[in-house]
Design a protein around this ligand. Sequence first.
Ligand SMILES: Nc1ncnc2c1ncn2[C@@H]1O[C@H](COP(=O)(O)OP(=O)(O)OP(=O)(O)O)[C@@H](O)[C@H]1O
Ligand SMILES: [Mg+2]
Length: 419
Amino acid sequence: MTRVVMIETNMSGSGFQALRMARRLGIDVTFLARDRSLYESVPGVAEILAETVDELVECDTNDVDSLVGAVRTRQGRGPVDGVFAFGEYHIAVAAQVANRLGYPGPAPEAVRIARNKDEMRRRCQQAGLAVPRFAVVTDEDGARSALDRVGLPAVVKPADESGSIDVMRCLDAADVVAAFRAIRATPVNYRGQRRSPLVLVEEYVGGPELSVETLSWDGRASVLGVTDKQLGGGCRFVEMGHAFPSGLDQSTVDTCARLATDALTAIGLDLGPAHVEIKIGPDGPRLIEINARAGGDRIPDLIELTTGLSVLRQTLDLYLGRRPPPPAAPVGGAAIRFARAEPGVVRRIAGVELARRVPGVVDVGLEVGVGRTVRPLGDAHDRVAYALARGDTTYQACRSAEVALDQLQVDTVPVPAGT
Ligand SMILES: Nc1ncnc2c1ncn2[C@@H]1O[C@H](COP(=O)(O)OP(=O)(O)OP(=O)(O)O)[C@@H](O)[C@H]1O
Ligand SMILES: [Mg+2]
């Protein structure tokens, strides 16, 4: 029997999908969590863990020694074949643990660099890659004066957050200072990890955004394809849709794929999945971010629907020391679109069945229920529903997903004043 140790998981999909897959494959899973109540507080998650995890052990998952100790305890009861994490906040520590104990995993230093946007920017710039103009600052004066180099609008972001938390587009110096203060107001992330004190002030790259999905082994990255993104949220960056494969012209797609693989080489990522974000601005493609993990928001499903390849399965295989097959070219297209609703308390939800009947639709889901409060669109948690579709072309898949969302009605009433 194959036995693995998984360190924490993200709350939004791919980690739970990986756990379900491990269960289907008959893999024995020890799940390490810092605080099981974090999972138990999310509706439905305790059930998923109960179904998919053989053993849940609490330990300090932010500490390499504590994790190594937990894995050794598990090894004491029989061989362990792999140690890994799928969620952004634990991929760096998991890479260190795997390395210390001799399991396959990405180079710890590469994952550490990917998790620290200041270092990622520096490495990629040194390698001659196209990155936005940027400055790394530690105080308000520094943030203000960075604008001389970076210009306006600017983007201000924490160095090691995820999920676009505290990433702000700023129109003037006052916005920049406010964004800096907002970042500094949260010294610890929601996983109990101390956030880097560094703040990035960057040139705003206006233009289409895409991500390049890759899998690396033997030190080389294979491109699985390129995903187009739809953004909403004004001065916030909220992903409202993804479509695979990209509908952009082949030369742009090839240039971005090359930029992504060069970036992975620059930071030394040698094994496992990556999700590399790029924006195509007036001066051409600019590298936004490297994530040393598979894309979120069901992007692995979009890839699987069009290529037949399960990124999560291949990732698991790589972490178990197996090589995946070469990537297949996509056939047709797949897309996911997210819906927003007027802020307020949800009074009525209708149209889900109608949405599911739209041709091409694969899945429709709600993120809210009646009685829940919808906030103004500020981050991914404020989206209220999604529709996932496939089509003969990416355009058709997008249309199906959009038409499905058109069927939905999430009615809200304003939150009474003073509550
Ligand atoms: N310099 C920039 N110019 C324009 N847009 C940017 C810039 N930097 C970030 N963004 C936008 O903000 C989003 C989030 O930024 P970034 O990826 O750096 O943070 P993150 O917290 O890691 O986000 P996520 O995990 O959602 O990818 C990007 O996907 C992009 O849409
Ligand atoms: Mg990002």
